[in-house]
Write a protein that binds this ligand. Structure first.
Ligand SMILES: *Cc1c(COP(=O)(O)O)cnc(C)c1O
Length: 403
């Protein structure tokens, strides 16, 4: 215990309090298991918000990273790097898109897409200078930069960080009529998560994404889909859009694109849009660096086999079957997509934080979101037996809180 107290003390004293972590100090991890400084093992049921989709220290990804570490890690894009070429091609081919623009964090990919959409609006659609509008969805989560929080309606993300970026509006997620009404001749893009992750794994109403696609085509507006959390096999297909047969103009990837090893994000899309960017108009020192590219290519190779998508489907069905009987027994609602779930805890039983703390005591790591919800996202490499064990822990904790 002594060491964990020391570390928590250091972090709380010397690092800004922009997170409220559970009281556990992780020192190492392998696959779905994490080990704390006192040698206790925990199952990772969060996967760093789906950045760790393929499990900790996946041997293929670690090997790719180590091999590249010994070659070259950073050139900047002042020069061509040999690892970047295959990564760019592999990613475009995986998604059936024309071009990509590499960045590092998810928020940067979102910022990049906003810039691209505005440029497209002025140069192609013919919107008057500085008049471009982008429509998002209420309760979205796209990151924490000043422009992105300008599109947020979450008070903790927004308050005291104004003035806000103009040209951004939002409509209720799933409301086609509100979206139709919000699109003006100056609208250049609709930006949305296909499933709202941070909001609590909120699935779109049936047919909604296809309707957004139809409407955006009809009104000459780009459809930008933020698959930073839904993408890379989490929901049972490479992108969630694949499942509903929707082809956006721009797809945003991050999190698991870097295999949980290095931050890698990208905007992937049509040449009509990505082809507009010229030298000097956008960039990042680390974007597309050789280490990131090598890991990204290895991630894409993993996805090409279809194994991870299949695991998400199979273990996802098991997860859903285990969660559904909890409804009415300390749980008010469950929503799942592949190996991903939002579980609403009955306020009479407790809060999401209380459930997370009880599960921590039993060696299962989850995190609450929006007070009453816990989000479940184990690494896709979890076995049937491991998932079964985790579900017993959750059922017992929810049961014990009720009584
Ligand atoms: C996590 C996330 C982001 C932001 O990614 P960062 O790497 O934290 O900047 C953006 N959009 C979605 C949907 C996310 O889940």
């Amino acid at each position: 215990m002594a060491r964990s107290h020391t570390v928590i003390d250091q972090i709380e004293t010397f690092a800004a309090h922009n997170y409220h972590p559970l009281p556990v100090v992780i020192e190492s991890a392998q696959g779905v298991w994490m080990t704390d400084v006192d040698g206790r093992r925990y199952m990772d049921f969060l996967s760093a918000y789906s950045a760790m989709n393929f499990g900790h220290n996946h041997p293929v990804l670690v090997e790719a990273a180590v091999a590249q570490l010994h070659k070259v890690c950073l050139t900047s894009r002042a020069f061509y790097a040999s690892a970047f070429g295959p990564f760019a091609q592999d990613l475009c081919e995986l998604l059936g898109m024309d071009m990509m623009l590499p960045m590092n964090t998810g928020a940067e990919a979102v910022e990049t897409a906003i810039k691209l959409a505005r440029k497209w609006g002025y140069q192609v659609k013919g919107v008057a200078p500085d008049a471009a509008e982008i429509v998002g969805m209420q309760d979205n989560f796209h990151g924490r930069t000043t422009t992105i929080i300008s599109l947020s309606n979450d008070d903790s993300a927004r308050a005291d960080f104004g003035p806000y970026t103009p040209g951004l509006t939002s409509v209720p997620f799933g409301d086609v009529d509100a979206l139709r009404a919000a699109i003006t001749p100056n609208t250049v893009a609709v930006l949305l998560e296909p499933i709202q992750g941070e909001a609590g794994v909120i699935l779109p109403p049936e047919g909604f994404l296809a309707e957004v696609r139809r409407l955006t085509r009809e009104r000459n507006v780009l459809m930008i889909v933020d698959e930073i959390q839904t993408g890379m096999a989490r929901t049972g297909t490479t992108l969630y859009c694949d499942q509903v047969g929707v082809e956006p103009d721009l797809v945003l990837l991050g999190k698991a694109l870097g295999g949980g090893i290095v931050p890698v994000s990208a905007v992937v899309g049509t040449r009509d849009v990505l082809g507009l960017i010229q030298p000097g108009q956008h960039g990042s020192t680390f974007g597309g660096n050789p280490l990131a590219s090598a890991v990204g290519s290895a991630v894409i190779a993993l996805l090409h086999t279809g194994e991870m998508q299949q695991r998400a489907v199979e273990r996802g069905a098991q997860l859903r079957a285990a969660l559904e009987p909890l409804v009415g027994h300390g749980v008010t609602e469950v929503r799942t997509a592949g190996l991903w779930a939002g579980v609403d805890i009955d306020p009479a039983a407790g809060t999401g934080r209380e459930v997370s703390e009880r599960l921590l005591e039993r060696g299962l790591l989850v995190k609450d979101t929006h007070v009453q919800t816990i989000r479940i996202a184990p690494p896709l490499v979890i076995t049937e037996g491991e998932l079964e064990w985790a579900m017993v822990q959750l059922a017992e904790v929810v049961e014990s809180l009720r009584s």
